[in-house]
Write a protein that binds this ligand. Structure first.
Ligand code: BGC
Length: 476
């Protein structure tokens, strides 16, 4: 039996995260436009077994059931994403009222259940019409994104205080534009870098638009991975540094420090990326209220001389792996959080773990329940790892588990199950797994601990200072 979970600071947010295309389905309903993922899913061979997000978990129709599950789980906050093509079917122009209505209803239902809504504006479902005009390679996409942000916040910011602009611009750039594994399926290698800059510019412009519409807190969610050299040799260390630049620094230095990292490992000289214009970095580095950190695993790298991307990924032996084959390394999360704090110092805002989770080969047992001890172990290890980072002085304010229910896992289709809730993809019924109960109990215990702690501090205050009205007296 493992040691009791240590107490997290008061006010620490416990949550779960989802994204629109992975759960909503209803891709042709209520005026929604096409997104790059609708197109990409139709490309032969792009998605395992030809799966698509056409139905997904049917959240668009079953959202009330999902809110009930969130309430049962007892989360403080729910991170979901808004589908841009529901709000602007062609990525520009006036909003589609039915699209806004959907998120309006969801927001009200969450608030009624006492759950803080935390929407992400862009979790990869770019309107296809914008991709037809060059997508994120086209600078105009940044302004379009800010316009869309203004529409979404114009409708919801009276009730939604905290907003996340982009999810993982690294993954969009690398998988979507450089390697072609994700939509829009471009294989431009380093030619993808303008997509990075234009997303960052979009983030900066959207930040201003969100604040103008009344948003109280603006965050971005980035994917991070500690970059481990495969050996102590100089070449491998150099390879790890190059990877760290692209994965971890490229999307954070401009935001927090107002400059791009040294890109010389990729043949880019001090003049920088040609797509960067005067004033862009000031827009991109507008102050943020929090940094969203998505963590799944570290990356181990060896040198690959003579390649435009001078590194090669290597397996990380010696750790258990998820159904995806990803190594389970909780200490990597502590390393990541302390590295960010050391790297950015006072420039680092409050940190939220906005995603962390694992896929497991879950199956209902004979009684219908789903035992997922691997996920419970994963949660336990990673939540402790967050606590270790807090104990080391990192200002981590929340943890959002990925994800509520098994859903459409991008190029893997429905093959990777990341949920605390089992989804039967035939009937679309949801059944909480054992990890759901584990996380529910953890949240409840942390909340009770925080209440006791508050009570104890109120008692201390009463003992040592003038008691304020309404401060509860000692129980004895
Ligand atoms: C993404 C999620 C995805 C998860 C697991 C993250 O990079 O934001 O959409 O499901 O990883 O692959």
């Amino acid at each position: 039996m493992s040691a009791p979970m240590p107490a997290f600071p008061q006010g620490f947010l416990w949550g779960v995260a989802t994204s629109a295309y992975q759960i909503e389905g209803a891709v042709r309903e209520d005026g929604r436009g096409e997104s790059v993922w609708d197109t990409f899913c139709r490309r032969p061979g792009a998605i395992r077994d030809g799966h698509t997000g056409d139905v997904a978990t049917d959240h668009y129709h079953r959202w009330a059931r999902d809110v009930a599950l969130l309430a049962e789980l007892g989360v403080d906050a729910y991170r979901f994403s808004i589908a841009w093509p529901r709000i602007q079917p062609d990525g520009a122009g006036p909003p589609n009222p039915a699209g806004l209505d959907f998120y309006d209803r969801l927001t009200d239902a969450l608030l009624a259940a006492g759950i803080i809504p935390v929407p992400t504006l862009y979790h990869w479902d770019l309107p296809q019409a914008l991709e037809d005009g060059g997508g994120w390679l086209n600078r105009q996409a940044a302004q379009r994104f800010a316009d869309y942000a203004a529409l979404a916040a114009g409708r919801l910011a009276d009730r939604v205080g905290t907003w996340i602009t982009l999810n993982e611009p690294f993954v969009v750039t690398a998988f979507g534009y450089a390697l072609g594994i994700h939509a829009p399926g471009r294989t431009l290698m380093l030619g993808a870098l303008p997509a990075a800059h234009h997303q960052l510019l979009g983030h900066g412009l959207a930040t201003a638009a969100l604040r103008a519409a009344g948003a109280r807190e603006v965050l971005i969610a980035n994917n991070y991975s500690p970059a481990w050299p495969a050996s102590e040799g100089d070449a491998d260390r150099e390879a790890a540094r190059a990877y760290d630049t692209l994965h971890n620094r490229m999307f954070t230095d401009p935001i927090l420090l107002g400059r791009y990292p040294d890109l010389s490992a990729f043949g880019i000289g001090p003049e920088g990326l040609p797509c960067v214009r005067d004033g862009d970095l000031a827009v991109i580095s507008a102050p943020l209220d929090g940094l969203g950190v998505n963590y799944y695993m570290p990356t181990r790298l060896s040198a690959l001389p003579g390649s435009p991307l001078p590194f090669q990924m290597q397996p990380i032996p010696g750790y258990p792996v998820t159904a995806f084959g990803w190594p389970v390394v909780p200490a990597g999360l502590t390393e990541l959080l302390t590295t960010l704090a050391g790297r950015y110092g006072g420039a680092l805002p409050a940190v939220y773990v906005t995603e962390n989770g694992c896929s497991q080969a879950d199956q209902p047992g004979p009684g219908g329940g789903v035992a997922d001890p691997g996920r419970i172990g994963y949660l336990d290890g990673h939540i402790r790892a967050v606590h270790d980072a807090i104990a080391a002085g990192v200002d981590v304010r929340g943890y959002f588990h990925w994800t509520l229910a098994d859903n459409f896992e991008w190029s893997e289709g429905y093959h990777q199950r990341f949920g605390l809730v089992y989804t039967d993809f035939e009937t679309l019924e949801r059944s909480p797994k054992a990890s759901f109960a584990w996380y529910r109990d953890l949240i409840a215990a942390q909340r009770a601990g925080a209440r006791d702690d508050r009570g104890a501090r109120a008692r201390d205050a009463r003992g040592s200072a003038v008691p304020g009205p309404g401060v509860p007296g000692p129980a004895e």
